[in-house]
Design a protein around this ligand. Structure first.
Ligand SMILES: [Zn+2]
Ligand SMILES: [Zn+2]
Length: 90
């Protein structure tokens, strides 16, 4: 797993080609909350919207959500996370 704060390469495969921003928590208003709280992962097009990408892989989706929740909880509490995002993925 690449370092989470590196923005010049894909968080999953490390590619620097065709990078896109992915809102880690999305759907029913969560997208805006992701933007506001910096829950945005840089992914290449393949890892983002490809056949095995995060939007089509439950496993990958969950992995990113847990990773970003853990990062959030390094500075905030679980209660605060749940207050903002409505539930916990951990
Ligand atoms: Zn990638
Ligand atoms: Zn996305």
């Amino acid at each position: 797993m690449a370092k989470i704060d590196v923005f010049d390469c894909c968080l999953i495969c490390g590619s620097s080609q065709g990078l896109e921003r992915h809102h880690v928590f999305y759907g029913s208003g969560l997208r805006q909350l992701s933007e506001k709280h910096g829950m945005v992962a840089v992914l290449c097009h393949r890892c983002h919207r490809g056949g095995h990408g995060v939007h089509f892989s439950r496993t990958l989706d969950l992995m990113l959500k847990r990773l970003f929740q853990e990062r959030f909880e390094e500075e905030h509490s679980r209660e605060e996370f749940m207050r903002v995002f409505g539930r916990s993925w951990l």
